[in-house]
Structures are given as structure tokens and as C-alpha cells.
Design a protein around this ligand. Structure first.
Ligand code: PBG
Ligand code: ZN
Length: 337
């Protein structure tokens, strides 16, 4: 066909009205895809604001129950529990105590809201006196990098996961980034009769500067050194594929990428390569940045977080773990009415 007879492309034709835009929308965002991270702390009737995360709170168990009732009404996909521990030791023994904070919270939640999906973070950093995600060898010298006791760490992680499952966790999500964690947890869960409890593996968790507000919220910052010996280097993408392969071979049911927004390529590549459910963790620093800019009037807060969540979906994330989950579900629910 001679070029003169070809009609010029006019892509904006399908953008002219809300009805047309809706017809050709590719992505969907629904409350059922959103997971709200929640911090549970000791005490009663406490809703302690987290300064670096405006709008987020540490909740005592009774306050957690109230919060979760609302979240369930919004049709959220679930909640992800983090414990803010007060007792810490070198063995992280409160991580797997049957009367631990998360374990008590799980029993209370399952009694009150049996249908709400409850995921738990499985890690040791909130429970170790040194704040690392694993148990460490020996005494450190000045400026020495932490040396992880891997067998001891895997045993503690496995015990923690089993204690969560025993208390009613629907899904366990190990965030420690220790080699062999998924295999150790899968074996221990199966041996304890929890063969049905899925593992959401923090497969590609990067050593990021975006976890600062979380570490304040969970009181889990490392007391010396950093986490680069076990979390991934932000330069690396192929390594994420190898991590994913290992996690899936060990029995992971879902994969996670964390942080989310700087790592859209990793989300995309994992989804393309493995065709399993992929979760994106839109982390505390990503939340705090939007809040800080909005407080100065520099950005439109709800427009910005909605755009960011849609971008995560476009990249291929099936599940969005985000501190915006409650607000987003409210907006989405209002739209469908
Ligand atoms: C603990 C853990 C962290 C986060 C989730 N689990 C912090 C870290 O690894 O230092 C970060 C979550 C967030 O920033 O929102 N292993
Ligand atoms: Zn940790």
C-alpha cells in the first residue's frame, strides 16, 4: 500500500473519554491484591505513632484486632505481622517463644477474625541483641563484619516459622536472606505437620537505604556493621534469578522483590522467568519519601501512591505489600460503588 493511503496513527483516540479509557485499560488493582504490614507491640490499648512513618502505628494486640476488623471489611488480601520485641538476646529466643508477641497476636486474630489471611515475617533481627537477621559467631572486634552462624540461624528460623504456624499463621514470609532458609523452614513445617502452610520467600531482598523508617518502627537496626553480607547488592539482577531458582527448588510458593519501585526490572524478570506469584514490598522508605514530599506540598499524595501501585502491577507484581494498603483499598472500594 502506498504510504499516502495509510492513516496516521492516533493513539489518543482511545483516551478521549472515561468509557474508552476504561475499555482498553490493561492493568487492574483490587483490594484483594493488597497486604498491609502491621507492627504489634506489648501493652494494652496502645496505638503508638511511628514518627518516621506518619499514619502508621505500633499496635498492642487489642488495637491490632480493631485495625484488622476494618481491614477485613475493606476486602484486603491480608496483613503481614511484625513484632516489636522488648526482650532481646544473642539466641533470639523470643522469636520462637510460644508466648511471644507475634504468636499471641496470631492466636487472638485467628479467634476473632478466622477468615482474614495473616502472613508473618520470619526473621531474627527484632529479637537479637545485636540486631542482625541471624545468630552470630563469637565476639566481634572493632569494625569486623558480622559472621553468621548459619546452622544455628537456620534452626532458629525454622523454629520461628513452626511457632507461627502453630499459632495460626496462614503464610510465613522469611525475610532473613540466609542461604538455605526456605529449605530449612519447609522441612521443619512439614515435620511438624504444617504441610499446607505456604512460604512467601523474600527472594530478592536488596541491601537498601530504604529500610530506615522500618528499623525505627521495629527497633531492629543492627548495632554494628550492616546487612550487606546477606542481603543483595543493588547492582545485581542475574543474582536474583539464581536466588529465585534456589528458593523455588526448596519449596517456595511465592517470590518477593524488595524494595519495590527501584526494582521493577527484577519484578518483571522474575515474573517472566518463573511464572509464579510475585509479591512486591513497597517499603518504609518509599512510604516515608511520599509522606515527606506531600507534607511540603510538593506532590499530590494519593495521586502519587496510586500511580506507584499501578506501576508495580504493570511490572508484573501479583501481590502488593504496602503501607498504603488501607487507603488504597478505601479508594478502590469507593470507585466500584
Ligand atoms: C527484617 C525486615 C526488614 C524489612 C522487612 N523485614 C528490615 C531489614 O531487613 O533491615 C523492611 C521493611 C520496610 O522497610 O518496610 N529482616
Ligand atoms: Zn531481619
Amino acid at each position: 500500500m502506498p504510504i499516502s493511503q495509510v492513516a496516521p496513527a492516533r493513539p489518543s483516540r482511545l483516551r478521549q473519554t472515561p468509557a474508552l479509557r476504561q475499555l482498553v485499560q490493561e492493568g487492574q488493582l483490587a483490594p484483594r491484591q493488597l497486604i498491609m504490614p502491621l507492627f504489634v507491640r506489648p501493652g494494652r490499648r496502645l496505638r503508638q505513632p511511628i514518627p518516621s512513618m506518619p499514619g502508621q502505628h505500633q499496635l498492642s494486640i487489642d488495637a491490632l484486632l480493631k485495625e484488622c476488623e476494618q481491614l477485613q471489611r475493606l476486602g484486603l488480601g491480608g496483613v503481614l505481622l511484625f513484632g516489636v520485641a522488648t526482650h532481646k538476646d544473642a539466641q533470639a529466643s523470643r522469636a520462637f517463644a510460644s508466648q511471644g508477641l507475634v504468636q499471641q497476636a496470631l492466636r487472638a486474630l485467628k479467634a476473632r477474625l478466622p477468615r482474614l489471611l495473616v502472613l508473618t515475617d520470619v526473621c531474627l533481627c527484632a529479637y537479637t541483641s545485636h540486631g542482625h537477621c541471624g545468630l552470630l559467631h563469637g565476639r566481634r572486634r572493632q569494625n569486623e563484619a558480622p559472621r553468621v552462624d548459619l546452622p544455628g540461624t537456620l534452626r532458629a528460623l525454622a523454629r520461628t516459622a513452626v511457632s507461627h504456624a502453630q499459632a495460626g499463621a496462614d503464610v510465613v514470609a522469611p525475610s532473613d536472606m540466609m542461604d538455605g532458609n526456605v529449605a530449612a523452614i519447609r522441612h521443619a513445617l512439614d515435620a511438624a505437620g504444617h504441610t499446607h502452610v505456604p512460604i512467601l520467600a523474600y527472594t530478592a531482598k536488596y541491601a537498601s537505604a530504604l529500610y530506615g523508617p522500618f528499623r525505627e518502627a521495629a527497633n531492629s537496626a543492627p548495632q554494628f556493621g550492616d546487612r550487606r553480607g546477606y542481603q543483595m547488592d543493588p547492582r545485581n539482577a542475574e543474582e536474583a534469578l539464581r536466588e529465585a531458582q534456589a528458593d523455588l527448588a526448596a519449596g517456595a510458593d511465592m517470590l518477593m522483590v524488595k524494595p519495590a519501585l527501584g526494582y521493577l526490572d527484577i519484578i518483571y524478570r522474575l515474573k517472566q522467568a518463573f511464572a509464579v506469584p510475585v509479591a512486591a514490598f513497597n517499603v518504609s522508605g518509599e512510604y516515608a519519601m511520599v509522606k515527606a514530599a506531600a507534607a511540603r506540598g510538593w506532590v499530590d499524595e494519593p495521586a502519587l501512591w496510586m500511580e506507584q501501585l499501578l506501576c508495580l502491577r504493570r511490572a508484573g507484581a501479583d501481590v502488593l505489600i504496602t503501607y498504603w494498603a488501607q487507603q488504597a483499598a478505601q479508594v478502590l472500594q469507593a470507585r466500584t460503588r
